[in-house]
Write a protein that binds this ligand. Structure first.
Ligand code: C2O
Ligand code: CU
Length: 452
């Protein structure tokens, strides 16, 4: 209940006068929240004359970068100025289920015109994010198709890497519609007319300004609702330090970053190739539709250059310990992903172990035990699967054992198997789903449930 609703509520009673004076004082004594998020319609000009009408946070899209100290108890007031119930989910945090921002876990929705207070301890440290977590179905004006996304950085007590500048880049697609994409056998998919990095399409808005010799830390988020993006930065390499906000076992340099919906990469780039460059999507059509940003060295001018990367290989396991697969006592949980073709010009349905949400079987766990989730993707599409309120460690990727890579989203390639391990250490229902909005809304979801 917000102040206005509170007054209306007490105003309706008979002996409202005294009661109102008393409780209003109590209401107003409630300390202000650490963070206020207001969900409301926004218009953003991603390029001159190209205005996107969407829903955002605090009058912008993306929303503000929220920086919270690790271990701090934080409060969020979320106001909903739209006409549908909304939810903000704190992706990658270990929040209690009733605060996490998923109705399936029991978090109360923020009613239209109303507000709710959420509170939890900011942990674990790292590059997290927040986004809408409602069902969109075939309505691509809702949930993660909108501008409701933003970075939530949980700042560690000690920052390990050294850098001269920190740059946040959030990738997003705009003006989506359901259409038949090339090579998808008549099935409907989300197709985007425009893309942006933060709030502008490539070539518009301010460039990233750098100086020769600087080390720039890029915190990158794929906030696209359905598409995987592959990024390159001609003349430069990305030194990957963290995946999904968690430091990797073996930081290394790569030519491209491949990111499924929901994934984050923290990478340092040493600026050693003076010029004006495009950091953008490797796919020409997607980059030309806006997915990129200009990086401009001091005292350099001219048109931004692009060149395709020499190698487009992306393999999570290079950031892990090779071949180390000590025997673990983890209980195995097989999860088979399949597509159920719904017909031409329909959206496909998805199953986990043969069933679609809400009929899926829950993943049953006991507190403090170790589990190995075995993802078996029997479909021709990649799935960025995500578990709420927990992190997991990659243990096997397409046949290759690995260790030391801790994530909360992992892209399971088509016709492949991936295994991850976790300790069930955060009791309460926790959503497990594909982060591709069109997959999660059409069955690809279940709950991890604690017994007892
Ligand atoms: Cu990023 Cu279920 O969410
Ligand atoms: Cu999927």
């Amino acid at each position: 209940m917000n102040r206005r609703e509170f007054l209306a509520f007490v105003g309706a009673g008979a002996c409202a006068e005294a009661a109102s004076r008393l409780s209003l004082a109590a209401f107003e004594e409630r300390s202000p929240a650490d963070v206020t998020l207001r969900i409301s319609p926004v218009s953003i000009e991603i390029a001159p004359g190209r205005v996107v009408k969407t829903t955002g946070y605090n009058g912008a899209a993306p929303g503000p970068v929220l920086r919270l100290p690790e271990g701090k108890a934080v409060t969020f007031d979320v106001y909903n100025d739209t006409d549908i119930p909304e939810l903000a989910h704190w992706h990658g945090l270990f929040a209690p289920a009733e605060m996490d921002g998923a109705a399936e876990e029991g978090t109360p929705l923020v009613p239209p015109g109303g507000s709710r207070r959420y509170s939890f301890v900011a942990r674990p440290a790292g590059t997290r994010w927040y986004h809408s977590h409602i069902h969109a179905g075939r309505n691509l004006k809702r949930a993660t198709y909108t501008g409701q996304f933003g970075f939530l950085l949980v700042e560690p007590k000690e920052e390990p890497g050294r850098y001269d500048q920190e740059i946040f880049l959030a990738l997003h697609g705009w003006n989506p519609y359901l259409g038949v994409a090339a090579g998808s056998e008549g099935t409907l998919d989300a197709i985007y007319e425009d893309f942006s990095v933060n709030s502008h399409s490539l070539g518009h808005g301010e460039p990233v300004r750098v100086k020769e010799g600087q080390k720039v830390l890029f915190r990158i988020l794929n906030a696209n609702s359905t598409m995987t993006h592959r990024l390159a930065f001609p003349g430069h390499k990305f030194m990957v330090l963290a995946l999904d906000g968690n430091p990797v076992a073996v930081p290394c340099e790569v030519e491209i970053l491949e990111m499924g919906p929901g994934e984050r990469v923290d990478a340092i780039v040493t600026m050693n190739a003076p010029g004006v460059w495009i950091l953008g999507d490797v796919d020409d059509a997607v980059r030309k539709a806006g997915l990129g940003v200009v990086v401009e060295y001091a005292n350099q001018t001219g048109a931004a250059s692009w060149a395709p990367p020499p190698s487009s290989r992306w393999d999570y396991t290079i950031f892990g310990h090779e071949g180390s697969a000590p025997v673990s006592d983890a209980e195995l949980v097989p999860l088979v992903f399949r597509k159920k073709f719904a017909g031409n010009r329909w959206v496909d349905n998805w199953t986990i172990n043969g069933k679609s949400y809400p009929k899926t079987d829950p993943i049953l766990v006991r507190a403090n035990r170790r589990y190995r989730l075995q993802f078996d993707n029997q479909s021709d599409e990649a799935h960025p699967v995500h578990l709420h309120r927990h992190s997991f460690e990659l243990r096997k990727f397409a046949g290759k054992p690995t260790a030391g890579i801790v994530k909360d989203v992992v892209v399971v390639p088509p016709r492949s198997q991936v295994e991850v391990e976790l300790v069930a250490d955060n009791p309460g229902p926790s959503l497990f789903h594909c982060h591709q909005q069109l997959h999660m809304d059409f069955g690809f979801m279940t709950l991890l449930q604690y017994a007892g």
